[in-house]
Design a protein around this ligand. Structure first.
Ligand code: KIV
Length: 265
């Protein structure tokens, strides 16, 4: 059975952990779906991981739609696919955000959208959720605001910031969001927000007290060698294996051993 926003709510009420990873293409989405990952996020981290940009700001709505369509085709039977709304596709006003979220839902087949911010975007979230578009919020470290903060440091480390995060989380819940990503905040604060909310929290660098966890796929597979934050657990060292395979392929061609008789017609 396909995971829906209702499944996510049920998992929270049963105390069952929610699994989530990012993906940006058909092939990986299929693997995630087959592995029973509950949520596949087509994150705007596609800007860093796939497009090679320094920040998430350059990726466009058309590009997010392109990647999400491929992921939806891969996530054939199980995972809920969420598409990130990119920078400047919802910040101007609620109406524009609503139209752009509508485009994502209509053109991609995704089950929900995600956007960054709390109180600031609550009216936008409400317009979406009032009109049948499920929304996941994103609080804490919000990479689309990197130019405002100037650093990727942990958020919510002082009382004022912690209170703001709690208020923002509540505002998202009141606006009808079905879940909220909590990025790079103290574990204790994330656990407090999780127990305060009826909706699910999905943590990344937010400790073990969240309802679920998410990582960027390329980080946990060890494909991104330049990024080592403490919250990333590497399950593979894929870049080493891929580099080795590519070297061997080149050697085999140069030595004339590829293709052999069995690999020819
Ligand atoms: O874009 C992304 O990959 C994300 C996750 C880090 C939550 O927003």
């Amino acid at each position: 059975m396909r995971v829906t926003t209702r499944t996510i709510a049920e998992k929270k009420s049963r105390g069952e952990k929610i699994t989530s990873l990012t993906a940006y293409d058909f092939t990986f989405a299929k693997l995630l779906d087959e592995a029973g990952i509950d949520i596949i996020l087509v994150g705007d981290s596609v800007s860093n991981v796939i497009q090679g940009n320094e920040t998430t700001l350059p990726v466009t709505l058309d590009e997010m739609i392109y990647h999400t369509k491929a992921v939806v085709r891969g996530a054939g039977t199980y995972s809920l696919v969420i598409c990130d709304l990119p920078f400047m596709s919802y910040q101007t006003n609620a109406e524009e955000g609503f139209r752009n979220a509508g485009r994502v839902m209509k053109e991609t087949g995704a089950g929900a959208v995600k956007l960054e911010g709390g109180k600031r975007v609550a009216a936008t979230v409400k317009q979406m959720t009032d009109n049948g578009i499920p929304v996941c919020g994103h609080l804490g470290l919000t990479p689309q605001s990197i130019n405002q903060f100037g650093t990727y440091r942990t958020r919510g480390t002082n009382a004022e910031e912690a209170q703001m995060l709690k208020d923002d989380a509540m505002a998202l819940q009141d606006a009808g969001a079905f879940a909220v990503v909590l990025e790079k905040i103290p574990a204790e604060l994330a656990a407090e927000i999780t127990s305060m909310l009826k909706i699910a929290t999905i943590g990344i660098g937010a400790g073990n007290g969240c309802d679920g966890q998410i990582l960027v796929l390329h980080d946990m597979l060890g494909l991104n060698e330049d990024f080592h934050p403490r919250f990333v657990r590497k399950y593979l060292n894929l870049s080493t294996d891929v580099r080795e395979a590519l070297k061997r392929y080149g050697e085999d061609i140069r030595s004339g051993s590829f293709p052999n008789k069995d690999e020819s017609y």
